[in-house]
Design a protein. Structure first.
Length: 284
């Protein structure tokens, strides 16, 4: 795991996103407590996290012979967007694809929306280039549009597809718009945590399903933060020592090794049935 403990609600989100969506989107609370226990999260912590996720509209209670929770309809597009961000952005953007630019102005009386816009654009990978002006690789344009509509923020924003024309050294300038050192610290922490896991698995062979699950859920939970910190800038604009490349390869290698046996374990514990390796762009 990472140096800072992973929150139970984040681990539960990962279990739903990685496994339960392809197994019908529902799980009994008893089975969820069993699975989370394997990740060292006790029953009261699971119930508390479920309560928070229910209040946030991520989960809805549903009884199917046993008490359980399913993903709410509103959560599905958020998870789909997450898949694209987490898996499809493993490769850097193409400089020739241009940029997505968001320009917004929010009245002082609605400054809460201003904060929400800044937070959401940052988590999509946008960098702040001037007050009210935000920039990201062009491939994020559709996700930005969908997010703004979903959150009811589109009336405050002008969204452009843009090209850079002049007048600075763009590679030098983007380092003012994104915090490269902070991003690299996060990638280094990920690599420090999971490079030994990859080495051990390579030496020992394919892991048992339960062991794969115990590795994969924290792995994906820690990893899915990183594409939201890293905009996936074109290679030409990145520092020569950009450590995201090695971290992405490490994640992809562990994802390939751990996903299927982890899914097998969830199916064995829950008795739920569903497709294999569906839903992640990386798996296509």
């Amino acid at each position: 795991m990472s140096d800072s403990p992973l929150r139970p609600s984040s681990l539960i989100n990962t279990v739903y996103g990685a496994f339960l969506r392809r197994l019908g989107g529902w799980i009994s609370i008893a089975d969820l407590i069993t699975l989370m226990g394997e990740l060292d999260v006790d029953g009261p912590a699971v119930r508390s996290a479920i309560s928070r996720l229910k209040k946030r509209g991520v989960l809805e209670p549903e009884r199917r012979g046993a008490t359980g929770y399913r993903l709410s309809p509103a959560a599905h597009p958020v998870f789909d967007e997450g898949d694209r961000r987490i898996f499809a952005s493993l490769e850097p953007a193409d400089l020739a694809d241009g940029w997505a630019m968001a320009v917004f102005s929010v009245p002082e009386s609605e400054r809460a929306h201003r904060y929400q816009l800044r937070t959401r654009l940052t988590w999509l990978g946008f960098g702040n280039i001037a007050p009210g002006v935000w920039l990201a690789p062009g491939r994020l344009l559709d996700d930005a549009r969908a997010m703004l509509v979903r959150l009811g923020l589109s009336e405050y924003v002008h969204l452009f597809a843009a090209d850079y024309a002049a007048f600075s050294d763009l590679a030098q300038t983007v380092s003012d718009w994104w915090d490269f050192p902070a991003i690299q610290i996060q990638y280094a922490a990920f690599t420090d945590t999971y490079a030994p896991v990859a080495a051990r698995l390579a030496a020992e062979g394919e892991p048992a399903p339960a062991e794969a699950f115990r590795h994969y859920v924290p792995l994906l939970t820690q990893w899915r933060r990183l594409p939201y910190l890293d905009p996936g800038l074109p290679t030409e604009l990145l520092p020569a020592d950009w450590n995201a490349v090695a971290a992405r390869r490490l994640f992809q290698r562990l994802h390939e090794v751990l996903l299927d046996p982890s899914l097998d374990h969830v199916r064995a514990v829950t008795g739920l049935e569903g497709g294999r390796r569906a839903g992640h762009p990386l798996d296509e």
